[in-house]
Design a protein around this ligand. Sequence first.
Ligand code: SF4
Ligand code: SF4
Length: 440
Amino acid sequence: MKVFSFPRGGLTYDDPAVPSRNSSVIAFLPALSVIPLVQHSDESVTSLVSIGDTVTEGMLIGKAKNQNSVHIHAAVPGKIIDNIEWNDPDGRHNKGLVIRMQGAFERLGRKENNFLNDGMNRQELQQILTDCGIVEMEGSGRPVADILLALKNEKKTQTLVVRCVFDDPWLAADYVLCKERLKEVVEWSFIIAKVGGKIGRVIFAISHREKSLGETMLAEAGQYDIPSTLVLTGSKYPQRNRRELELVLRDYEKKEGYDFGHLLVLGPATLAAVHDAAKYHRPILERYVAVGGSAVRNPQVMRVRIGKRLADIFDECGGFINTPCRIAVGSPLSGKTVTNLNEPVTKTSYAVFAMLKSQAGNFPKRDCISCGECRSVCPVGLDPEELYKQITILHSKCGSMDQCHGCGCCEVVCPSCLPLSDVIAGKISEGAASAGGTRA
Ligand code: SF4
Ligand code: SF4
C-alpha cells in the first residue's frame, strides 16, 4: 500500500522519555481541582456558582457567552472553595474555580442512561454538543457544534477525515485511546457523517507505522453503509498538521480519481467525546494524557479528570528523579511551558512532561552560523534564518511570516539554539528574543 507524505521538509522525531503506548491507567480522583473558565478564544464564561456552593459531578458551572465559547462543567462533585486567576508564561490570562472534592459521584461507576435514537438529526446533535460543552480535544479546542454548523453552509461534497497520524511520540495518549475505544471512534465517525449533511465518505488517515491499527479500523467500518478509505500517511513530523495532511489527501484524491470536496478533520479523542455526549449526555469529565519526560520516575498514559493539577499528576507518576529544567503541556516540539504546577489539565492537554537538562539541550543561544538546517526542514519552504533576522535585527515583518504554522522544526534543528519558531510565529516578542532565551 502506497504511503503519502508531504513533499518537503519535516523531521523524524523519537523520544525515549515518552510513556509506553500499551494501555492507560485511571488516575486517582483529585482532592482539589482547578476548573479553567477561559476558553480557546480567550473568552471567559459566565460563572454560575460562587465560593461555598456545592456542585455535582458533571454539573454546569460556567455558561458560554457566545457561539465561540462553550459551557463548563464540574468534573468532580464537591464544594467551590476559591476563585483564582493566573498568567501563562506567554502572557495569557486565566481564571479558574477551585473545587474541593466531596460527596457522591453521580456518573462514575454507575450505569448511565442511553439517550441515543436512530432519528437524530444535525440540529439535535449540535444542541447536545453545545449543552455538554464538547470541543476539539486538540489544538485550540474549537466547539464541535460550531464546526458542524459550518458544514451546513458548505456547498461542496464533504469528506470526514479521522486523523490518526502519530508523527510525534508525544501523541501516545491519542494512540492508546484509539486502541481502547476503537469501536466508538469508528461508530461516531459514521454517525457524524450520516447526520452531518453531505458527507459522502469517511477517510481513516493513519501513519504507516500504525498500518495494522488502520486496517482494524477499516474492517470495523465495513458494517456502515457510507464508503470508507484507508490512507497511509508518512510518519515524519508535522504530517499531522492540517496543511501537510491536506496536501497528502489531495495528492491521494488526484491519483485515485476521487472528489473529496471539503475536508472535515476530527481526531479520535474528539470522536470519543462526541460519543459520550450524544449517547450519555456526558460532558468532558476526563481525558487521556501522556505523562513523561526524563525527570519523571514512572511515565504513563493516564485517564485524568479535567482540572487535576499537574503537581498531583507528577506525584502519581512517582515524582521527579531530579529537578526538571522545563515542564510543559503538549509536545516538546510545540508545547506550552508551565511555571506553576497548580495549573490544571484542560480538555486539550494531550501530554505533560518534565525534562532534565540532559534531555532539554537547554544551551544558551549563539549567533547564526548560516548552516541552512532551518531551511531544509521547513515544510512550508520558508527561510527561518532570514525571517528571524528581519524580526530581531531589522524589526520588520514580511508577508511570508503568516505562512508559518509554528511547527517548531526549524527551532529543533538550529545548532545555535535560536528561538526561531517562537519568534516567527509571534509567541515571544522580538525584544525578548534579542535579550536572550533558551530552547527546549
Ligand atoms: S539553523 Fe540556526 S544557525 Fe543554521 S541557518 Fe538557521 S538560524 Fe542560522
Ligand atoms: S515553525 Fe514556521 S518557519 Fe519554522 S519550520 Fe515550522 S513553518 Fe517553517
